[in-house]
Design a binder for this molecule. Structure first.
Ligand SMILES: Cc1cc2nc3c(=O)[nH]c(=O)nc-3n(C[C@H](O)[C@H](O)[C@H](O)COP(=O)(O)O)c2cc1C
Length: 178
């Protein structure tokens, strides 16, 4: 069955390793016949959540920047694939900021069901602490499950991941097997 898939690439650097893997997942998902939308946070204007909770009454954030349009995409997709560099053994700050700004999900009839995570990091095995954070988000959303992840460990320099064919294949297969 064809699914709507939203891929959000959160690294801001050129030659992003996590974005390379996200693009492979995009190819795999398209090969499987899914409808895929790819969003990068590069050059997006996304301010911090101020905690006003107006979103709980209005169903959208009162800050008028790029977060609202991306939040609507999150509400309307079946599957989300987050791609994040690991910063201090967590998801990167720009991903966390977007998750906070998407707080109107709580009061929305979102379609989202499946979450996948792709990480890259200098270290290996670092994905586990990122999953803690992601699971915290998912635990707050009804009917949403973490369905898979890819640990792109041992890559640090820009585009270094291109040397690791196995990781590229794993990312392609993550998308293909959604
Ligand atoms: C601020 C910062 C913090 C980082 N923290 C970690 C870390 O805790 N563990 C780790 O293994 N790598 C860490 N790294 C390395 C990145 O995760 C690594 O370079 C990764 O490949 C970047 O992915 P990207 O190219 O998609 O941005 C950090 C890099 C930066 C810039």
């Amino acid at each position: 069955m064809s699914k709507n898939v939203l891929i959000i690439s959160t690294s801001l650097r050129n030659g992003s390793n996590s974005e390379v893997l996200a693009k492979e997942a995009e190819k795999g998902a398209k090969a499987a016949g899914h409808n895929v939308e790819f969003v990068t946070l590069k050059e997006k204007n996304i301010r911090f959540c101020t905690g006003c909770l107006a979103c709980q009454k209005l169903g959208h954030c009162v800050i008028n920047d790029d977060a609202n349009a991306i939040t609507e995409k999150i509400k309307n997709t079946d599957v989300i694939i987050w791609a994040t560099p690991i910063y201090y053994y967590e998801m990167c700050g720009q991903m966390k900021t977007l998750i906070d700004r998407a707080n109107s999900l709580f009061v929305s009839d979102y379609k989202l069901k499946e979450v996948y995570v792709i990480t890259t990091s200098a270290d290996t095995g670092a994905v586990q602490t990122v999953l803690n954070g992601i699971n915290g988000w998912i635990a707050c959303l009804n009917g949403v499950k973490l369905c898979g992840y890819l640990d792109g460990g041992n890559v640090n320099e820009p585009s270094e991941v291109l040397k690791y064919q196995k990781l590229l294949e794993q990312a392609f297969n993550l998308g293909k097997n959604l």
